[in-house]
Write a protein that binds this ligand. Structure first.
Ligand code: NAI
Ligand code: MG
Length: 474
């Protein structure tokens, strides 16, 4: 059974209109999904408001027990969820399995974390006792993209629920199925009705209705820069906080003294994972001149050997999410071809049904070129050179983004200097995280957005701090 309807207040809610969700590996219709709009968002916000009174009053331990139960239920069905995610997004099954496992980890981590999440006592004047409470906002809105639906949904709503908020989630129209399944499974595992509501629909309809709703007290968004700005404007109109995760142009920097046997498979994975449709994809490769040719040759060999196929057959590389996304990638590669060396692949779509493309390796890319400045969201790596580490830092910092970066070197000074100089929310040395584990704070500098998800930081992000000051005269 595939869940295709809104899940509000513990009930399935159908709408008169539906929209088609496609299987990206064939282009055929996978499911017709309820096209939620303002009416369903209103219902979901009302349900969340009613549920919030009791949910926020539970002790942290009671909420943690609920989250653990949901995590266990998802874990028991992780294979089913992984297969659903693989069909819906086209991602290779092994990657969908990893996503299902991370989704479960969010429930486990935040169940444990919230039991240890306390306010502060602030030593102040001698005749005053002052302490802080962490108070949930109330109703949180979450707008989810299609690239890692279940992982990103859980990344944002689980910490929100942990501290006592109730959530309304709008999954992406391209890939809403796993998030709908999670809402139902969570309810069946005992999560009270209305604590987690999911309304699928189009961005301009359900998404806009959610982001402008006056009953929402906090918004989280992951997606493109222009829509992020639109969401921030909607949040500003209602004077509510917003967390934006808007992707990046993340570099792998390879110094001449790097261990290439260690580096190259990880660098290849950083751009091939999820067909490059990853906010933290390693889409730029910045290589020191003396090892440039060796690095490019070896990377071209690795990327040239990838298996390609539908997600559920578990290839290395699946299709892109949609024809629209493929068109965008193709136009960017066509433009880049004019001014760089196409070392692997082509700007043409692959000759098979579905939305397959790539892989592509472009060498001798001008760091100022569009392909090195803008998010491609495809299996396309742009290689540029550097002579000394100051230049590497300058190139690394030379885009509008700053999500993550990796430095490959065996020199501890190079590692520390670059880690210091690079403007990014996460910096890796001799590894690459694609966002890292659930406990690592994650988020961007500059146009990669603001606010931090994951780790303990997310618990604070979903609370208002209240300071209480009590005069105790002596
Ligand atoms: P998008 O930003 O349009 O979509 C993301 C989410 O926002 C979806 O749930 C969508 O329904 C919703 N949305 C769209 N318009 C909205 C509106 N007016 N009000 C409220 N919600 C709205 O991204 P899209 O078009 O799917 O992809 C375009 C590019 O964005 C990609 O090529 C990629 O560069 C970037 N992107 C980055 C992601 C990341 O992980 N940071 C994820 C997805 C896309
Ligand atoms: Mg869009």
């Amino acid at each position: 059974m595939i869940d295709t309807d809104c899940f509000i207040d513990g009930h399935v809610v159908k709408t008169a209109d539906t929209f088609d969700v496609l299987d990206p590996s064939t282009g055929q219709v996978l499911a017709a999904v309820s096209r939620g709009g303002k009416a369903e968002i209103d219902l979901a916000v009302d349900a969340a408001s009613r549920a919030a009174r009791n949910w926020a009053r539970l002790s942290a331990r009671e909420r943690a027990q609920h989250l653990r139960a949901v995590g266990d239920a998802l874990s028991a069905r992780s294979e089913e969820l992984a297969m659903l995610e693989s069909k819906d997004t086209g991602k290779p099954l092994a990657q969908a399995r990893a996503d299902a496992s991370v989704a479960v980890q969010y429930f486990q981590f935040y169940a444990n974390a919230v039991e240890q999440f306390f306010g502060d006592v602030i030593p102040s004047l001698p005749d005053v006792i002052a302490y802080t409470h962490q108070v949930p906002f109330g109703i949180t809105g979450h707008i989810i993209p299609w690239n890692y639906p279940m992982q990103i949904a859980c990344r944002t709503f689980v910490p929100a629920l942990a501290v006592g908020n109730c959530a309304v989630v709008k999954p992406a129209e391209e890939a809403p199925l796993s998030v709908l399944a999670i809402a139902r499974i969570a309810y069946e595992a005992g999560l009270p009705a209305g604590v987690l509501n999911v309304v699928p629909g189009l961005g301009i309809e359900a998404g806009a209705a959610l982001s402008s709703h006056t009953g929402i007290n906090h918004l989280s968004f992951t997606g493109s820069v222009p829509i992020g700005a639109t969401i921030a404007a909607a949040a500003a109109a209602n004077v509510i906080p917003v967390a934006l995760e808007l992707g990046g142009k993340s570099p792998n920097i390879v110094a001449a003294d790097a261990d290439l046997d260690l580096a190259l498979p990880v660098i290849a994975k950083s751009i091939i994972q999820n067909a490059g449709q990853t906010c933290s994809a390693g889409s730029r490769l910045i290589v020191q001149d003396s090892v440039h040719d060796e690095v490019v040759d070896r990377l071209a060999t690795i990327m040239g050997r990838l298996t390609i196929g539908a997600g559920p057959t578990d290839p290395d590389l699946g299709p892109l999410i949609s024809e629209k996304q493929r068109g965008r990638v193709i136009s960017m590669v066509r433009a880049a071809q004019e001014t760089s060396d196409l070392r692997l692949g082509s700007a043409d779509p692959l000759d098979r049904e579905g939305f397959f493309f790539g892989p592509v390796l472009l060498d001798r890319v001008d760091p100022a070129a569009q392909i090195a400045q803008e998010e491609v969201f495809g299996p396309v790596v742009a290689v540029s050179g550097f002579s000394d580490i100051d230049q590497a830092a300058e190139i690394a910092n030379g885009t509008d983004y700053g999500l993550i970066a990796a430095i490959w070197t065996s020199n501890v000074t190079t590692a520390h200097r670059l880690a210091d100089d690079i403007l990014a929310g996460q910096v890796y040395v001799n590894t690459y995280g694609a966002g890292g584990g659930v406990e690592l704070p994650f988020g961007g500098f500059r146009k990669s957005g603001f606010g931090r998800e994951k780790g303990f930081e997310a618990l604070r992000a979903f609370c208002e701090t209240k300071a209480v000051v009590i005069k105790v005269p002596r």
